[in-house]
Design a protein around this ligand. Sequence first.
Ligand code: ADP
Length: 479
Amino acid sequence: MSTVLQLSHFIDNAWVPAASGEQFEVYDPSTEQVIALAARGTAPDVDKAVEAARRAFPAWRDAKPRDRAALLFALANALRERAADFAHWEALNSGKPLARARREILGTARYFEFYAGAADKFYGDSIPLGGDYVDFTLREPLGVTAHIVPWNFPLNMIGRSVAPALAMGNTAVVKPAEQTPITALKLAELALELGFPAGVYNVVTGYGEEAGAPLSRHADIDGITFTGSVEVGRLIMKAAAEHIHSVVLELGGKSPIIVFEDADPAHAAAETAKAIYSNSGQVCSAGSRLLVHERLKDDVLEALVARSQTLRVGPALEDPDLGPLISREQFERVQGYVETGQQEGARVILGGTRPPERARGLFFSPTILDNVRPEMRVAQEEIFGPVLSVITFQDESEALKIANGVHYGLVAGVITNDLGRALRMARGLHAGQVFINEYFAGGEETPFGGYKQSGFGREKGWEALYNYTQVKNIAIRIR
Ligand code: ADP
C-alpha cells in the first residue's frame, strides 16, 4: 500500500499546519484513491502568509535584479534536473498523461528562465521635456501578489504568474487548487533548498471559499492573478474593488477551430484532435467548436473519427493519450453536457461516455457531437472535457459570425492555405490569440489572455511583466 502524503502550508520558509488543525483529502483521479492529506487553510493561515510576504518584500524589491535572476535561474535548472519526479507527482495528482506532465514541468522551468532573464532588462524610459528638466520612469513592483490557481495545469500556471512576479521584485502567496496542491509545495522544497529568502514564495492550501476568498479580499495584497471560472472571477473582481488592488483574470473559453474548404482534411483533423483532446479537454484554450466549411465536413469528420478511435484513454502513469477527468463532479458535468446536446438535437457520432473497456473511474472517451447549431448550450458553454461540437458554415463572414457569437474570446484556430483569408480572419476574431495552421502555436514567450468574458490582462511573454509592475514618473527641474 502506498503511503498518504502529509502536506503543510509553506509560509516564511517553514512548513506550517493549518491554524484550524484540519486537513482535507487529495486524490489520484486515475484511481480515485486518497494520496495526500493537506492543510485546510482558512483566514488566519492566509493572514500569516501575507504578513510573511509583506515582511520579505522590501529586501527582495531592493535586491540587485541580477541576484533575483540568479535564484530564478537556479530554480529553473533544479526543476529540469528533477523533472521526472515533478512529472510523476503532477500526473498522479491531476490525471494528466505522464509525458504531458513532463512537458509542463519543463515549461515551468522555461517560465522561470525566461523571467529570470527579464529581471535586469525591464527598463524604464527617459522622457524629453527640454533643457529645464530631466524626466524618467521607474518600474516598481506592486508589493505582495496573490495567485489563485486551478487544477488543470497545477505547477505550470504557478510558473506562469509567480515567475514574472518574483522577477520584478514582488513577493507571492499562492493558493493552489484544492484538487492539486502537491507540486506547488514541491516547488517550495526546491526554493528552500536553493536559498530563497523567507517569505518570498508562500503557499496556503485549502478550498476556494475558505482559503481563496480570504486571500482575494485581504487588505494587504497589492495584486491578484486568478485563473478559473467566470463565476469565481467575478467574485475576485468584487473583492478587489474593496481595496482597489490590481487584477489579472484568465477565465476560460469556447474557442473555435475554423477549417476552410482549401484545407487538407487530414491536417485539419490532426489539429482538431489536438485542440480538443489535449489534457482530456480540460484546457481553457481547448478548441471545443469545430467550425468546418460544409463542403469539407464529411472528409474532415471521417479523418477525425478515425484518428480519435486510435487514442488510448487510461491511468495517467501509463502515459495514455487521454487521462481521466479530474473529479466525479467534472465527470458528471461533462456527461450532463452530452445529454444536453442530444436533447438540443445534436448527434453523438463518437464516444459520449466512458470507454467500454473502463467500466469504472473518471475516464471519458473522445466525443464528437455533430449537427450542432451555434445557439445550442453545447456550442456556447465551456464543457471542460474531450467533447467537440461540430458546426458548419458556408463562407468567411458566416464563419466569423459564429466564431465570435459567444461570450468568451480566449483563442481561435484557423486552418487555410489562403494567406489573405487567414489574416482577415485573424483581424476579425474576438480572441486574445489566433493560431493559424497550428493549434496551440506559440509558447512561454507569446502573450496569452482573453477578450470578453475570457478575462483581461496578459500572461506569458514580455507582456506579463506589466501585470507585476507599476510605473512611477520622476520629473526634475534642473534650472
Ligand atoms: P474550477 O471550476 O475549474 O474548479 P474554480 O474557479 O472553481 O474553477 O477554481 C479555480 C481556483 O479558484 C481554485 O484554486 C479554487 O479553490 C479557487 N476558488 C474557488 N472559489 C473561490 C472563491 N470564492 N474565492 C477565491 N478563490 C476561489
